[in-house]
Design a protein around this ligand. Structure first.
Ligand code: ASP
Ligand code: MG
Length: 408
């Protein structure tokens, strides 16, 4: 008998009908001769609604107490586990619901973003051995001294992967509302195809450059503990995408996928002295304002003066400017700051890049033939990212997808 961990996201359990549908899928899995642990999220929209309610009772300008925030947010998943187990029991199956705490998921004490520190799966194992299907609440755990915690938005993925590691599951399936990971967003590139197999690193790079499939922390966890998992749709029976460690044959594909991210802005600080500590001051100020900086480009200085550019989300521009103003005057009179939005990022990702040359040239040529100007470039071992005008991002994604033959 195999042990399978499944995870159903908020959309998959968004209505009573969908919960019944999920219950049927769980029974199918059990009837195929498997033990099943099914992790479920809060019903679609519920977590956002709870956050809103917390804001309403707390009042503007104040933050709800974190301990209570977690007690509140955990109820979203607690509702779903009870309903799913009820649906299963009404179908004649034997199911029990478990909260994160009941399932032995222990975390640190960082409320609303807790990290899993330990899982004691003995209780879960005993219930499975008694013939139960386990319906486990995603996104939550408890501290060693019993406080309820949650794992950060999208954290049900992490619950599934971590539990799969703890019970040494034979298979982990992440059911969602898309068919798997695609070579590009099919709404932008209609020829995009589902990727049958992808490495942890490729999925992480795609996630950090705009492909929204799963919480990155979960993928990192899976990589660390070698948990293979499949991302697939709960709405049909199509095979999904298998996410796993690298294999030799994966390197033969140069580019696995193209990611895009809109709504970016470029901030340029011109005329900064090329002296030790300059970049530290600039990015220290930005970090202190809690702004996520993405691409950073600094030119080689020939004259002792240089320019530094970086990208941020366009909603963070005003905050970045405010944080930098005091630093600018510290850096010297000639220093100026310019911010520009209407920018998007385009990335190509693939571990095959390590062993193939000329990938960047091919990408840049394809863009230039389409009349698209590249503003900034940055690379990692398995990714090349450029920024371009946001108005050209769809076309840029299409020509890049085409030039690397991703449509098959
Ligand atoms: N319900 C939580 C959220 O919406 C966790 C999850 O869905 O994975 O972020
Ligand atoms: Mg969700």
């Amino acid at each position: 008998m195999s042990l399978i961990v499944q995870k159903y996201g908020g959309t998959s359990v968004g209505t009573p009908e969908r919960i019944i549908h999920v219950a049927r899928k769980i029974i199918e899995t059990r009837d195929a001769g498997n033990q099943v642990i099914a992790v479920v999220s809060a019903m679609a929209g519920v977590t956002n609604r709870l956050i809103e309610l917390a804001g309403q009772v707390t009042g503007e300008g104040k933050s709800p107490t974190e301990r209570e925030m977690d007690v509140l947010l955990a109820t979203g998943e607690q509702t779903t586990i009870a309903l799913t187990a009820m649906a299963l029991n009404a179908m004649g199956a034997k199911a029990v619901s478990l909260t994160g705490a009941q399932a032995g998921i222990e975390t640190d004490g960082v409320h609303t973003k807790a990290r899993i520190s330990n899982i004691s799966p003995a209780g879960v194992q005993a219930l499975l051995d008694e013939g139960n299907i386990i319906i486990l609440a995603g996104f939550q755990g408890k501290t060693a001294d019993g406080k309820i915690t949650t794992l950060g938005r999208g954290g049900s993925d992490l619950t599934a992967i971590a539990m799969a590691a703890a019970v040494d599951a034979d298979l982990c399936q992440i059911f969602t509302d898309v068919d798997g990971v695609y070579t590009c967003d099919p709404r932008v590139v209609p020829e995009a195809r589902k990727i049958p197999e992808i490495s942890y690193d490729e999925l992480l790079e795609m996630a950090s450059s705009g492909t929204k499939v799963m919480q990155s922390r979960s993928v990192e966890f899976a990589k660390k503990f070698g948990v293979r998992f499949e991302v697939r749709s709960s709405l049909n029976n199509n095979p999904g995408t298998l996410v796993r460690e690298e294999t030799m044959s994966m390197e033969s594909v140069v580019i696995r996928g193209v990611s895009l991210e809109r709504a970016q802005a470029k901030v340029t600080i011109a005329g900064v002295p090329d002296l030790p500590g300059t970049a530290g001051k600039i990015f220290g100020a930005v970090a202190a304002a809690n702004i996520l900086v993405d691409m950073i480009v600094q030119n080689v200085s020939k004259t002792g003066i240089t320019d530094i550019s970086f990208t941020v989300h366009k909603d963070d521009v005003a905050k970045a400017e405010a944080a930098l103003r005091p630093v600018l005057s510290e850096l010297g009179e000639a220093v100026s700051l310019e911010a520009q939005d209407g920018i998007a990022k385009l990335s190509v990702v693939g571990i095959g890049m390590r062993s193939h040359s000329g990938v960047a040239a091919e990408m840049f040529q394809a863009l230039s033939e389409a009349g698209i100007n590249i503003e900034m470039i940055s690379t990692s071992e398995i990714k090349i990212t450029v920024t371009i005008a946001e108005s050209q991002i769809d076309e840029a994604a299409q020509v890049t997808h085409e030039v690397f033959g991703l449509a098959g």
